[in-house]
Design a protein around this ligand. Structure first.
Ligand code: 13P
Length: 251
């Protein structure tokens, strides 16, 4: 069977509502009924309009973050109920920008992962080491802890709805991509951690995306690696001319 990849676009803090709708429409036209699973995550403010623009397409709607509670006195937070109400299917959690700029901890991220799953959303749990941690030989300890702590309490029966995104912090927005070999080695290590938690078949079946300066000219060699099952794309996801060719990396 041909492998199906999961390619997601994280639009981060870019684009007004009309710019977001324009990109969503361009992508719908450009990608058509393609063989991969495609997700886009616009800003919260554009989710509703992008949901409308994506109706009838195969592109899945994602959010970039989510609050850790269902509702209540949590100024500035967005609950999974609100996301579902707009047609959101997937949610990016624990992105390195949330971990580093907003000091999100593994415990908070884990709370969000469990809540997303309980609410029927599909979390993408982001993990990744800084350059300092890599150079200090702590890569496996850091990534292993982020995976273990992020998935704490996740039932084996829910694992298939979780995606892991390995995003080395030093490769995000820097133009420095991990070599396909380096990325694949970390993905393989993540599978070892998953195997220790959930057994071999579940670890093998898990979708692990790579993120960090994925571009049209490096997507195919990354996707060719046995442990890389998709991509979480930042900068190159902001234009149909660059996101389109990444999704269509096979052609
Ligand atoms: P870039 O593709 O801009 O490096 O961003 C990667 C990322 O953080 C996706 O979540």
């Amino acid at each position: 069977m041909m492998r199906k990849y999961y390619i997601a676009g994280n639009w981060k803090m870019h684009k007004t509502v009309s710019e977001s709708v324009a990109l969503a429409k361009e992508l719908a036209k450009e990608l058509g009924p393609c063989g991969e699973r495609v997700m886009v995550a616009p800003a919260f403010t554009a989710l509703s309009a992008v949901a409308e623009a994506l109706k009838g397409t195969n592109i899945v709607l994602g959010a970039q973050n989510m609050g850790p509670d269902l509702q209540g006195a949590h100024t500035g937070e967005v609950s999974p109920l609100m996301l579902k109400d707009l047609g959101v299917v997937a949610v990016i959690l624990g992105h390195s920008e949330r971990r580093h700029s907003y000091l999100e901890t593994d415990a908070l991220i884990n709370k969000k992962v469990l809540l997303a799953l309980a609410q029927g959303l599909e979390p993408i749990l982001c993990v990744g080491e800084t350059l300092e941690e890599r150079e200090a030989g702590k890569l496996e300890a850091v990534v292993g802890t982020q995976v273990r702590e992020g998935l704490k309490g996740v039932a084996a029966s829910d694992l298939a709805r979780v995606t892991i995104a390995y995003e080395p912090v030093w490769a995000i927005g820097t133009g420095k991509t991990a070599t396909p070999e380096d990325a694949d080695a970390v993905h393989a290590y993540i599978r070892v951690v998953l195997e220790s938690l959930y057994g071999k078949p579940a670890a093998k079946a898990m979708c692990i995306q790579y993120g960090g300066s994925v571009k049209p000219d490096n997507a195919a060699e990354l996707m060719a690696k046995p442990n890389i099952d998709g991509a979480l794309v930042g900068g190159a996801a902001l234009k149909a001319e660059t996101f389109g060719p990444i999704v269509k990396f096979r052609s």
